[in-house]
Structure formats: C-alpha cells, structure tokens
Design a protein around this ligand. Structure first.
Ligand SMILES: [Zn+2]
Length: 218
C-alpha cells in the first residue's frame, strides 16, 4: 500500500487520521486483515490499536459518579499531565518566568501547585480538619478499600480540591487575586456536601454513620 502523508500545514485532526491509517497497515497482509479471523472490523482495529497502551491505576479516582463531572475533567487533565503550567510554558519560551502563579516562590509544576504550594497546603489542612483527619492524598486513596462510601466521599473531595485549586491558579493568572483558604474551603465543603446528600438519598439508615453526621452531611 502506498504511504499516506499529510501536508505540513494540514490540521491536527487530519494529521492524526493519516497517522492511524499508516499504523493500521501493519495489521494487513496482502490486503487481508490478519488481526481477526473474520476479517476487518472497527472493534478489532480499535482493540489492536489500544493494545500497546498501558493501564493506569487511577481511573477509579476520575470515573466515579460520586464526583462532580467538571471536577473529574480537571483531575483527568492533572493525571494526564495535560495542564500548561509555567514550567512548561517557560521551557517553550511562552512565559517570562517559571514561578508559581499563586505563591511566586517555586517553579510552577503540577506537583507543586496541587501538592507542595503553601496555599494548597493551607487548604488541605483545613479540609482534613473538617474531614476528621481522613487522608485525601492520591497514594492513600489508591491504596484504600474502594467499595466504601467513605472512600467515594474522599475521592469526591480529592477531585473538588483539584478543580478549585486549578480555578484559583487561573484566577491568579488572569485577575491577580485568589480566595482566602477559609473561603475556598467552605465553598469546596458545600459543593461536596450537596453532591453526597444527593447520592445518599434513599439509602438505608445503616449507611448514615457517625462520621457522615460529623461532617455535616446529615
Ligand atoms: Zn506555589
């Protein structure tokens, strides 16, 4: 089969279509699709194209219907390293410096903004206090029992923090201001609480633990 090239000025979508078509050629021999005994199907080509991708262990943190969808989307971007942090922009020559937009003290990376920045530390400290000391770090969520309601609520909180910290970072970049940690915490708590109350409606009384009462869900 003749090679399929896209012109240099072709749109991104067209370039990717050509790339996929080139890759699919490896599945053919003498115009016969060798991947599936019944011949070419869209499903077999899709499965085959996906076969060289590795699985990740954090999907349950994102695709969980106790999360607020807009929060999940931002967390997904975070996990995929898909945010244009200043470290990346500076390396591309698109930013005059690489300092954190919020604290201006350290290099702005995903790790810094969501874990090490003093602002996020203050927010998480207050939230953990409200949350009865429950850990809401990525590694502890991944290691915990994923079936419990408590875990789902911790995950919803993890996603809410990611969304709101990203929002504050962008506010700092565009409007040169951010919310005080106490104000942000109360916003996050109210959003998550409303979501949880909606999900728990109709469940038996036995699910309503002291812990849920303590965090103000009931
Ligand atoms: Zn910072």
């Amino acid at each position: 089969m003749a090679p399929i090239y896209s012109p240099p000025d072709a749109p991104w979508v067209w370039k990717n279509v050509c790339k996929v078509k080139e890759k699919l050629k490896d599945g053919f021999s003498d115009s016969i699709w060798t991947i599936h005994p019944k011949g070419y199907t869209i499903k077999s080509s899709y499965d085959w194209l996906c076969s060289d991708q590795s699985n990740v262990d954090w999907t349950a943190l994102i695709w969980n219907n106790w999360n607020i969808p807009k929060h999940s989307l931002v967390t997904w971007l975070r996990m995929q390293d898909g945010m244009n942090m200043k470290a990346k922009l500076y390396a591309l020559g698109c930013s005059p410096d690489d300092l954190c937009t919020i604290c201006q003290a350290q290099t702005e990376t995903i790790e810094h903004v969501f874990t090490n920045c003093e602002y996020v530390k203050m927010v998480k400290q207050e939230l953990q206090h409200w949350f009865g000391g429950s850990d809401i770090q990525t590694h502890s969520l991944l290691a915990a029992d994923r079936k419990s309601i408590k875990w789902k609520i911790r995950v919803a909180m993890f996603n809410a923090i990611t969304y709101h910290i990203w929002l504050q970072r962008n506010n700092a970049r565009i409007h040169y201001c951010i919310l005080r940690p106490t104000v942000l915490v109360s916003r996050i708590v109210n959003e998550v609480r409303r979501r949880i109350q909606g999900k728990l409606r109709g469940l038996e009384e036995e699910y309503v633990s002291t812990w849920l009462r303590n965090i103000g869900v009931y």
